[in-house]
Write a protein that binds this ligand. Structure first.
Ligand SMILES: Nc1ncnc2c1ncn2[C@@H]1O[C@H](COP(=O)(O)OP(=O)(O)OP(=O)(O)O)[C@@H](O)[C@H]1O
Length: 231
């Protein structure tokens, strides 16, 4: 379970706050997509959950024993940094002090990337490297998986595979997922809950409620646009 209470955060330490007193409760086994406009604080909230940064005030408590993280940017995909898929995963295995090298093969197989063991990370497509990052995040057998925009730079086929995989590990292995999403269709189709951040505030709703709210706002925007044209 993750519980954030009256969470304030600003990068300068003073107002305006990126997160302006948010409350959030996520039960174990949920798949929560965090949505909101650019700059609304989605990645900041992930950094707080990961304890990379500390809140200005308020509390954030997580009972997760092991957290896996799939970052937005992939340093390995830089072709000037010649590292194979195996080396990338093996360095992480050593970092986590996992003894069995078999873990690497198991995790590659899980994401359907066994055939890419010796490929250079820099030669992989966006979808392929995202799958490797997911395999890496799963190496420590996490009970909480945090992802930052898993479909950015990923082709449509790989997106479908990645979301199907995330849904599977959430439903079958009970891994709690918190994922920053720009892909609203994917958020609605795959998550159990959606956390919508706007203006420093957030609210949790079901995918159905979020879709209704989105369509209502869109209809209003369309009406406003029409009125502007006729004015
Ligand atoms: N390291 C930083 N130092 C100072 N300001 C930052 C830093 N990181 C983010 N910000 C600012 O904090 C605000 C929230 O940024 P954040 O990256 O959390 O938003 P986001 O919702 O994830 O955006 P996007 O959808 O564009 O990725 C933005 O105004 C951003 O400019």
């Amino acid at each position: 379970m993750i519980k954030a209470e009256k969470l304030f955060f600003s990068y300068t330490g003073s107002p305006p706050y990126v997160l302006d007193g948010i409350n959030l409760e996520i039960r174990d086994g949920e798949y929560v997509s965090v949505v909101g406009e650019n700059g609304s604080g989605k990645s900041t909230l992930m950094r707080l959950l990961l304890k990379f940064i500390k809140p200005g005030s308020g509390s954030i408590v997580s009972q997760a024993k092991r957290i896996g993280y799939v970052p937005q940017k992939n340093d390995f995909s830089n072709s000037d940094f010649p590292i194979t898929v195996y080396e990338a995963l093996d360095s992480y295995r050593r970092l986590l002090k996992i003894k069995s090298k078999a873990t690497i093969a198991e995790n590659l197989e899980q994401v359907g990337m066994s055939g890419f063991r010796d490929a250079l990370m820099g030669t992989l497509s966006g979808g392929q490297s995202q799958k490797i990052l997911i395999a890496r995040a799963l190496m420590g057998n996490p009970d909480l998986l945090i992802l930052d925009e898993p479909s950015t730079g990923v082709d449509v086929t790989s997106q479908k595979e990645i979301y199907a995989f995330l849904k599977k590990i959430n439903q079958e292995n009970g891994i709690t997922i918190v994922s920053v999403e720009h892909n609203l269709a994917a958020a609605i189709a795959n998550s159990t809950l959606i956390y919508h951040l706007t203006g420093g505030q957030g609210h949790l709703c079901t995918p159905r409620q979020y879709a209704d709210e989105f369509l209502k706002n869109k209809a209003k925007d369309d009406r406003d646009d029409k009125n502007d044209i006729h004015a």
